[in-house]
Every structure is written in C-alpha cells, then in structure tokens.
Design a protein around this ligand. Structure first.
Ligand code: 13P
Length: 258
C-alpha cells in the first residue's frame, strides 16, 4: 500500500516547552489519520527528546534525533551517543543534514561511520544529501548525489537497509532558500532511485526518498504528485502544528493514490 512519509526537523528553534506544545497539538490534530497511511516523524532538539518521546509514543509520531556520534561512549565533548538516544525512545536519526555538512564541516566519511553506527543500534537513518548552488550551476548535481550516496552508504550490506533518504538541495533550504521546482526535484529523485538500485538491487527501489528545502503550502502538492517523491521533509512551514496538519491533509490523498 502506498504511504506518505512526512516529517519535520525543528533545528535549533523549539525549546522543551515549545516542542511539547507543538507535538501535543500535532498529535491531536492528526489523530484520525491511520498510521499505516502515513509515517509521521518529528526531530526536535536534544533537550526536548525525553519529554517529546512520551508525547510521540502516545500519538503515533516517530521521534528522531538531529545527529549522532558514531562512537557509543568516550571522550567526545559535545557529541551525543547512540546509547543516549536509545534511552529517550529515538527511532530515526537524521544524518548529514546540509547545516551539519556546510556549517559544521561534516564530510561523507563521517556520515558513513554514523550510518553504520545507526544501523548497528537499530535506528532508521535519514540520510540527507544535496548539491550546492555552485554544483548545480556547474551541472554536476547528479554526480554529487551519486557520490554522497555511494560514500555515505559504503559497506552497508543489509538489503534493503531500513533507511530514508532526504534530497535537500543546499540552495533550497531555509529563509534564503528558493524551493526546487517539482520537475527539477523529480529528476534528482530519479537519479537517487537509480543509484539506490545500483547499490542494493531491486529492493533498493523500495527505500523512501523525501524532498526537503522550502516546502510550503503552495508547492507541497506539486512535489508529492511526482512519481519518485515519496514524502516531504519540512522545516519552517511545519513548525506551526495547524499549518503542518493542513499540508499533511493536502498531500495525503495524492500520496495514497500512487
Ligand atoms: P526549510 O523547509 O525551512 O527550508 O528546511 C528544510 C530542512 O532543512 C529540513 O531538514
């Protein structure tokens, strides 16, 4: 059965109190939507994880973490261990987000170590990939995506791995971003699908691929209507529960009809 994959990363924005209020409202608003039709996830700040986890479990929302260290324990000041995330009920770990790669200097090799650690601990990695504006202008977006997938997933031998891919072009993300057109996003998603099939064979085609980068109520439907776009990964437009619920309801029938 077709399913909608949809979620938000609240970045370094919501406090514990704000996360709790947001999740309680989102859970209540979406309570009537059967979760077999929709995988709904929220990725709050680390400090919110414990209290958010309780609300998520009560409302059929998957809890995610924004990053994770590849080591279980040790002298890694400022990092968060898979064991610590496990304690809070995290199920999804977002790895390689553009802001981690471009503001915090994460590279594909680090992302690859994190993917392995996540799989070892039974998390579902949400691997984020995307080209910069310069790479887009140079016409090498597809090459960049292939390299990010081949290196980020190097050595993963589970077939297919429990994995979500988020295609988030760097130039499309955030307040200064410009959303990709549905046509452009679909072309990149098709490259991603092909690469996953090369890596994992036929079963690789079943790995959900989400689009992220300035998704909003105006463009959400045209994006989800594309055959290779299985879901949406939303920032700002999802941080108000009512607005997020409205986007979900707008795109759900289209995702289900695929
Ligand atoms: P925006 O939707 O605010 O552009 O953020 C997207 C994103 O980075 C999701 O991880």
């Amino acid at each position: 059965m077709a399913k909608l994959y949809i979620g938000t990363n609240t970045k370094m924005v919501q406090t514990i109190a704000q996360s709790k209020a947001f999740l309680t409202k989102l859970g209540t608003l979406t309570a009537d939507i059967p979760r077999e039709q929709m995988e709904l996830f929220v990725i709050p700040s680390y400090t919110s994880l414990e209290s958010a986890g309780i609300i998520c479990r009560n409302h059929g929302i998957l809890l995610g973490a924004q990053n994770m260290c590849w080591e279980d324990t040790g002298q890694f000041t400022g990092e968060i261990s898979p064991l610590m995330l496990k304690e809070t009920g995290v199920e999804i770990v977002e790895l390689g987000h553009s802001e981690r790669r471009h503001l915090m200097g994460e590279d594909d090799a680090m992302v690859n170590r994190k993917v392995h650690a996540a799989l070892r601990h039974g998390f579902t990695p949400l691997l984020c990939i995307g080209e910069t504006k310069l790479q887009k202008m140079q016409g090498i977006a597809d090459e960049v995506l292939r390299i990010q997938l081949q290196t980020g997933l190097f050595g993963v031998d589970r077939n297919p791995p429990p994995l979500r891919i988020a295609y988030e072009p760097v130039w499309a993300i955030g307040v200064d971003g410009e959303p990709a057109t549905a046509e452009y996003a679909e072309q990149r998603h098709s490259t991603i699908r092909e690469t996953l099939t090369t890596l994992f064979g036929k079963l690789g085609a079943s790995i959900p691929i989400l689009y992220g980068g300035s998704v909003n109520p105006q463009n959400a439907l045209s994006l989800i209507a594309k055959p290779h776009i299985d879901g949406l990964f939303i920032g700002r437009s999802a941080w108000d529960a009512e607005r997020f619920d409205a986007i979900i309801r707008m795109v759900l029938p289209c995702a289900m009809a695929k």
